[in-house]
Design a protein around this ligand. Sequence first.
Ligand code: ADP
Length: 607
Amino acid sequence: MMQEKTSTRSNDSQSIHYNKITLRFPQVIEHIFQEEYFKNSIAQLRAALILVTLIYASFSVLDVYSFPQYASDYLRIRFIYVVPFAIGILILSFTKVFRQIWQGLMFTALIVGCCAIGAKSMYHPENQTYFAGIVITLFSGYIFFKLRFVYATLGGWLIVALFNIVAWSNPNISQEVILNNNFFFISANLIGMFAAYYIETHIRRNFYLNQKLDEEKQFIKELNRSLEETVIERTKELTKAKKIAEQNSSNVTAIIEGTTESIWAFDRNFNILYINQTFKCEFFETFGVWLEPGVNLLRSLTPGLLPLWKKRYDRVLNNEQFTVEDVIPTENGKVYIQVAFNPILRNGKVVGGSCFGNNITSRKLAEIELVKAKERAEQSDRLKSAFLANMSHEIRTPMNGILGFSELLKEPNLTGDQQRIYIDLIEKSGHRMLNIINDIVDISKIEAGLIEINIGDVNVNEQLKYVQTFFKPEAEKKDLHLAFINNHVPDEIIIQTDKDKLYAILANLVKNAIKYTTEGTIQLSYKKHQSSIEFTVKDTGIGIPENRLDDIFERFMQAELVNKIAEQGAGLGLSIAKEFTEMLGGRIWVESKKGKGSTFYFTLPCA
Ligand code: ADP
């Protein structure tokens, strides 16, 4: 826009429009020009008037010296008409009206001057001295009086015309004199016209160009002003935008620095462009390297991690957007992270990548826990179903025994032996029922937190001996040998514990040993440690598969769920034993080999 304007204006300034004869500009410019011309001419004009007046007055010497016979007329013309006329113009030049009439006045002065000299020449036409004065006056009109070309030319030719009129009508003037002077006058006019024309043309051209220059200046000034305004406006906008950008930037920085996510960005050479405090700290804690902008990411990675991460960074630089989950082994255990990779694009080209990393360890662990819990729940569900099936079998079998043999007892013709066998079987079934009920009651009590612990003195040897004596008959029924290996005879070992609970633990272990052993020996023993006693129940039974060793202490858990119905038991004995042991401040565990036998251990604290 600016360029367009400038070029239009420079084209204008090249062509000057003025009348080729009068040299006048179009109306408005002409007016300005004349004002300007007057202003520039007035000083010279006054000087010219003074000079011409002085020169003209000084010619009076010539009047007196060369033409004493006409001196009085000459001096009259000189000092009564011409000199006062010139002085009058000079005085007028200081008035306001002069500016409107000065060209006319000077035109008149030219005519008056020439006429005065011409009149003197008429006194002695043969002596042509004074005609030279007309030539001088003509030249003054053209180049000295600041007359415009038109006025000077009109004046010049008017003088020539007047001269010819007067000269041809005067019989005293010879044809030769008239012709001679015409040559001089016409030549003077032509030269004067030529000079005046080109002087005025130049003055006008200068004026016009100055005018255009002023316009251009004004235009440029305006342009500058509007440019300045634009610059100020733009600066304001930019300052505002900068402020907003700064505000946004500080907001973004606050978010990025305030987040617990790790954030970093890198360029195509894998040099860090940006890294937040969280990632700096996490990287330092994990790898002992402090990252900063400018540091090379690849050089900061351990050789083990380098190939994998380089591959990921390369994918981002290939304009891929993706998320990965990773496990990083650290001194404090595994750290699970999730990283989102995003390419950074500028003008459609990938100039780097940005990463948002999240420590998802707690979420991951919760997920793993959840899966485990789900598995446990599923297993517990399976176990409960098995337990129910088992229970119905466990309860029905003795009940059927009791009811069936009670029915048989009603037979009137039973022998004494038969009755005893039936009563025996009813009793056995009753015991079996009682055992199950006891177990269920115990576990319910444990569950409800109703178990009470009664601590008192317990003689270990006595207690173990009692258990051996109690279960011996049951073992012998299966041709098993139940032994109590006493390493501490005759020591009396008394511990502070709950006697009933200790019995329940031992009884459960011995009962299981008898139940799961078909031949061999069952050994009861104990060891004294510094602050605990370690009890052992060892058998040569069926053993427990290695993968079930931990589970059997859980409620309703049985080592072999299949075929379990064949054996007695609800899967509660060991879990009761475990609960009791732990209540008394000890722990229980098992060592076993499938087909070889099992050894159950439990400890109790002792002073
Ligand atoms: P159960 O009533 O089924 O015996 P327990 O809780 O007492 O319940 O035992 C859990 C499971 O542990 C048993 O079902 C059995 O598979 C295994 N078990 C316990 N004691 C022994 C043992 N001495 N020898 C082999 N397996 C055993």
